[in-house]
Design a binder for this molecule. Structure first.
Ligand code: F6P
Ligand code: MN
Length: 330
């Protein structure tokens, strides 16, 4: 089996990008160990800090954020980094060729129940000049690589450098990431959806109608039965979609008028949209391809509808019918 290093070399990835991806992969092995140790290492539970998004940080959010920061600082190829757990973007090395955005531990509400969590990352080219928030505000189309590491029964890395999607599995004996699936492709049709149904009353009209029609199953206009899954960690739900198709959505809602969207563009939506498009799926806000969004703020949030191409198109048709392409004012 090909190792990650061999695969990157075979793909003709430049040396600096290759080294940066290997740095992220190496760090994920340490994160995997910390996650696996769990209560034995005293890493479970919450801190008394809130991050910039107003969420109470878990101990592992802080530990994994520090691990990634230290490794990226040492890599020499990173001009700056932005993390879901940092208030501001951080300058790293002036001569670094890349910017890295990451969610060090996605799905952190799963930590204390021994369920799926993961690390999501996005690599952008570093623009010339002084590093500031503006340097990061590039659309997802500019990403040169993106991926996630899923800390599940196996630790797996999903990676794209714009040449399709590959899965690597961490061999616990040799500590090497080995290529276990190449050219990952999302089936265009599906009968499986993922949404937090408890927010139903807060969704916009098109999402209400779309999900209501899925729930009607073979008795409704879709004339087939749909199954539902919800892991409560985007990284786990997107992994399932990459493995066997499906539609995953965290749509706009009006539960909290100051926070109409849940998922973060730079750390979650963009890297996942890059992976999904590279696997022949689609990723939209309902009104625009996620990768076409021009970011305005590093911590901005967006609505996400992604997965099997035909199913995403069907969902988008509900939005077009209601609003004829105009995103409604919230
Ligand atoms: O990072 C945000 C996140 O943890 C996602 O990974 C996940 O999809 C979502 O929040 C879960 O939210 P909820 O609490 O609505 O299930
Ligand atoms: Mn997250």
């Amino acid at each position: 089996m090909q190792t990650l290093t061999q695969h990157l070399q075979q793909q003709g990835i430049s040396e600096p990008l290759c080294q940066l991806i290997l740095t992220l992969a190496e760090t994920s092995k340490s994160i995997s160990r910390a996650v696996r140790q769990g209560a034995l290492a005293g890493v479970l539970g919450a801190t008394d800090h809130q991050n910039v998004q107003g969420e109470t940080q878990k101990k592992l959010d802080v530990i994994t954020n520090d691990m990634l920061k230290e490794a990226l600082k040492a890599s020499g190829h990173v001009k700056g980094l932005a993390s879901e757990e940092e208030d501001e973007v951080l300058p790293v090395s002036e001569q670094g060729e890349y910017l890295v955005c990451f969610d060090p531990l996605d799905g952190s509400s799963n930590i204390d129940i021994n369920s799926l969590v993961g690390t999501i990352f996005s690599i952008l080219p570093a623009p010339a000049g002084a590093l500031n928030e503006q340097s990061f505000l590039q659309s997802g189309r500019q990403q040169v690589a993106a991926g996630y590491v899923l800390y599940g029964p196996s630790t797996m890395l999903a990676l794209t450098t714009g040449k399709g999607v590959s899965f690597f599995t961490l061999n616990p004996d040799s500590s090497a990431y080995l290529l276990t699936q190449d050219n990952v492709t999302i089936t265009p049709d599906t009968a499986e959806f993922a949404i937090n149904m408890s927010n139903q009353r807060f969704w916009e009209a098109p999402m209400q109608t779309y999900i209501a029609d899925l729930l009607l199953g073979s008795m409704g206009p879709r004339e087939k039965a749909f199954n539902m899954r919800w892991i409560a960690a985007m990284v786990g739900d997107v992994h399932r979609v990459l493995c066997r198709g499906g539609i995953f959505t965290y749509p706009t809602d009006n539960k909290n008028p100051n926070k109409p969207y849940k998922l973060r563009l730079m750390y979650e939506a963009n890297p996942m949209a890059f992976l999904v498009e590279q696997a022949q799926g689609k990723a939209s806000t309902g009104y625009q391809d996620i990768l076409d969004i021009q970011p305005e703020r590093i911590h901005q949030r967006v609505a996400v509808i992604l997965g099997s191409a035909n199913e995403v198109d069907t969902c988008l048709a509900y939005h077009q019918e209601t609003y004829s392409d105009q995103e409604p004012e919230l």
